[in-house]
Structures are given as C-alpha cells and as structure tokens.
Design a protein around this ligand. Structure first.
Ligand SMILES: [Zn+2]
Length: 349
C-alpha cells in the first residue's frame, strides 16, 4: 500500500470510528426545552409543537446502536450501507426523522446522486431542518439537523440538480418513510418541472392547466438545436424543435406519475411526427426528462402502456433528457382561453 492510500485509509477509519462529538451553537439551541414552529407536510399547516429533548439513555431505548451513533454522535454511515425505503412507483410519500417523526423531505425531492447516500434537492420546509457550518476533519461542510430533536442527519452541498442546486446528503438510517395523504398548502421555494410534447401545444397546455396541483404551464419549443426559435422557424421544419409545454407542479398534490397519465391520455403516442391533422416533427410525441427519477418513471409508464395493448401499433414516444426550453410567443400562451375554445380538441381515450 502506498503512503497516500495509507493516509486516506487512516482518515476514513477516523471518520467512521470517531464521530464528531463537539457540538456547535446550533446544537446548544436545539437542546433547549420549549415550543417551536414546525411544518406539517400532510396538512400543509405550520404548527406549534414542543421540542423533543431526551437524554442519551432515553435515545438509546428508541434508536438502534447504529442510529444512535449517527444521529446523536454525528456519525456517517458507509455509502450504500443501508437501503433507503421507497414508496410504490409513482407514489407520494414523506421521509421523516426516525427520532421524532418530523417531516423532513418529500419523496418527490429525492434524486439519484450516485453517492450511496439518499439525496434530496430541498427539505419540506426550512422550519423542519437546521443547518450549521461544520469544519471537522479539515473540511468545510454544512451540517443538517432535525430542527425538533437535534438529530444529525447529514450534510448539504451546492452541487445538486435544478431548481435548487442543492444536494442534501442524508444518512438513510436516520429516515423513515411514511405514506402521504391529504393535500397541502405548502408553497415550496421552487417547484419541480415536467416537459412534454404531444402535438399542437395549444390543446396540450389547456389540458394540463386543468390538472390539480399544476402551478403553471407554458407553451414553447424544445428538443432541437436552433437557438431562440420563432413559431415561423419551427413551422419551417428545420429547427428540430417540438411544440412542447413546460409544467411546474406541486409534488405534494400531483405526482410526476400522474402527469404522465394525463400525457398519455391526451394524445395518440403511436403516430410518428403526426397528431390528428397536424403533420411534421414539431408535432412529435416526446417526454423530456429532468432527472433520472423522471426518466425511470417515464420509461416504466411507456412500457406499461405498451403491455396494456391499448394500441395495436407501437408507441413511438421519445424519452430524452430535457434541454433548453424556449417559451413561445405570447399569442400562443393560453390560446384556448383567449379564443374561447372550451371543448377540448384533444383525443381522450
Ligand atoms: Zn428529529
């Protein structure tokens, strides 16, 4: 073994064997009894609750030795050491603190980082987690705690995906999964996006506007390489762009899986570069995905549709990574509303 790898190994052993014990100022604040405000992800309401303060002996009765080491002594589980619980496909769920049941992260904010630890791009609310600089082990990191019981959860980094750019790197052993039921009035800092092409965007936009939990829909162009295209450019057939809708949605009300269901219902995914009377690759059927999670849900739902034998012809829908989205000219936005078109011109199976 070379000198460098020896030092690295020693460092890793130190990291795992000697959890960082000295608490910062935040930790002291979290040890004070009293009331605090907490966000309840199921009701969407902010509630006043008592902090959860326990002695180490009391925590040891509730937590496994491994959980105690990580949550109360700032340990770090080995990557890939624990399976992070997942809800059924397309299901909605909340990850809570194992120690006190506080809602921490929505399943919809989870993404695959490849690090071996569950990763999220935002917490359910800034009320429910606390962050503090952590300069242990000669590294500058930002530590993440449960705001109610002070449990160490992991760290947050600035290399996450859009829209937040954050990566909350959390120990799986500190999380428990709970079913989500009921709607929420939570207004997250940023909503996740979905991007679909299903023929003429006027009707597709109108259809998604009717979906509960959809915050905004914009008609536009994507999928080609032509920068800042106009409608005329796209109609020339030379830009490679499809007419598409960019959707922002509240994952606590509507899941990505439910948006996919709407997508399949409102067009014919078996006609190549054609929807009804509209012909050309701008009218192609496509799902542009922002995350590996969206990709896997899209691939699964396409497969499910094919297996259902709803169509005799093959499903030709493209599933590709989302690129630049160019909003269409203002007169294309809310086109049906502006022109008093009530009846949905879309094909509904
Ligand atoms: Zn907690």
């Amino acid at each position: 073994m070379g000198k460098k790898s020896g030092i690295l190994k020693l460092f890793l052993i130190t990291l795992l064997a000697f959890p960082f014990l000295a608490g910062g100022k935040m930790q002291d604040d979290l040890k004070k009894e009293g009331k605090m405000l907490l966000f309840n992800a199921r009701t969407g309401e902010t509630e006043e609750v008592e902090r959860v303060i326990k002695s180490d002996a009391e925590w040891k009765k509730i937590l496994t030795p491994e959980q105690f080491k990580i949550m109360r002594q700032k340990g770090t589980e080995r990557p890939f050491a624990f399976q992070c619980p997942l809800p059924p496909k397309g299901g909605k769920a909340i990850y809570q603190c194992v120690g006190c049941g506080t809602d921490l992260f929505s399943f919809d904010a989870k993404f695959e980082s490849g690090t071996g630890w569950p990763s999220f791009w935002q917490p359910v609310s800034d009320l429910n987690i606390k962050e503090e600089a952590d300069d242990s082990f000669g590294m500058h990191r930002v530590e993440v705690f449960c705001a109610r019981c002070g449990a160490h959860l992991g760290h947050v980094f600035d290399d996450g995906p859009p829209p937040s750019g954050k990566r909350y790197c959390i120990n799986a052993i500190a999380l428990k999964l709970t079913d989500y039921a009921g709607k929420s009035s939570l207004v997250p800092k940023a909503y996740p996006k979905a991007l679909f092409a299903a023929g003429c965007f006027w009707g597709v936009e109108a259809a998604f506007r009717q979906v509960k939990g959809v915050i905004s829909v914009r008609s536009g162009y994507t999928g080609g390489n032509f920068k800042n295209p106009t409608y005329k450019d796209v109609c020339s057939g030379k830009t490679g762009h499809a007419e598409a809708v960019e959707i922002e949605y509240d994952p606590l009300i509507v899941s990505y899986g439910q948006l996919l269901d709407v997508f399949w219902r409102i067009h014919d995914p078996t006609t190549l570069n054609k929807q009804g009377p509209d012909i050309g690759d701008q009218y192609r059927s496509a799902i542009f995905v922002y995350t590996p999670e969206q990709k896997s849900l899209a691939l699964d739902s396409k497969k499910k549709l094919e297996l259902s034998k709803a169509y005799s012809r093959p499903v030709v829908t493209e599933i590709t990574a989302a690129g630049e989205f160019y909003p269409a000219e203002e007169y294309h936005q809310r086109y049906y509303e502006k022109h008093g078109i009530k009846g949905c011109a879309l094909r509904v199976k």
